[in-house]
Ligand binder design. Structure first.
Ligand code: ADP
Length: 188
């Protein structure tokens, strides 16, 4: 199965994606991690995108599309991808359907983690002390949250219309959320 997981910054997408990928032998495709790796490895792409990422802006659709395309067309990952951080806007959602379609695949389920802004702020502050992500500084994190809300709302409608969307409360403990997600995955 292929799965999409999304939620605001700090919602726990990464944590839950790691859990799901281990438990069900899927591959976590985190666009944020891939992009941060480009910066860390000082690639040409990394130098182009670092100021955007660090200031909380999105990278262009075409750059991210190229990144995910190589995974979708790779037999090794066929029907075992977790899209973590993609799509983030409606054109990315449509692009993802097209790319999967061309490779005779589809999305089987979309998980949306819902978390309040208050909780997000708390979690991002905690994460900042551990991971030192430039874009976790409070003002930038709030900007990312607002950008997320604006760009994701048509994506939510898009997946609601195709009956794929499951909304999960992202407030309880990590293990409670994992248990709810497992239940959903096992039911399909
Ligand atoms: P978060 O969800 O906490 O914001 P991510 O690790 O998913 O963190 O993303 C970090 C940054 O990487 C984003 O703010 C953006 O700059 C870039 N990015 C990740 N995914 C995408 C995407 N699908 N489209 C454009 N930019 C992206």
């Amino acid at each position: 199965m292929n799965l999409v997981i999304f939620g605001p910054p700090g919602a726990g997408k990464g944590t839950q994606s790691k859990f799901i990928s281990k438990k069900y032998n899927l591959h976590q495709l985190s666009t944020g991690d891939l992009l941060r790796n480009e910066i860390k490895n000082k690639t040409v792409l990394g130098s182009k995108i670092s100021s955007l990422i660090n200031s909380g802006e999105l990278v262009s659709d075409s750059v991210v599309s190229d990144l995910i395309m190589s995974f979708i067309s790779n037999e090794k990952y066929k029907n075992r991808l977790i899209f973590d951080g993609y799509p983030r806007n409606l054109s990315q959602a449509k692009n993802l359907d097209n790319l999967l379609n061309k490779n005779k695949q589809k999305i089987d389920i979309v998980l949306k983690l819902s978390v309040s802004l208050e909780t997000i702020k708390k979690r991002i502050l905690e994460r900042q002390s551990q991971e030192k992500r430039e874009d976790d500084k409070e003002l930038i994190a709030v900007k990312r949250y607002k950008n997320y809300e604006t760009s994701i709302s048509p994506v939510i409608d898009y997946y609601k219309n195709s009956n794929l969307l499951r909304v999960i409360n992202g407030e309880p403990s990590i293990s409670e959320i994992s248990a709810e997600i497992s239940g959903i995955i096992e039911a399909i």
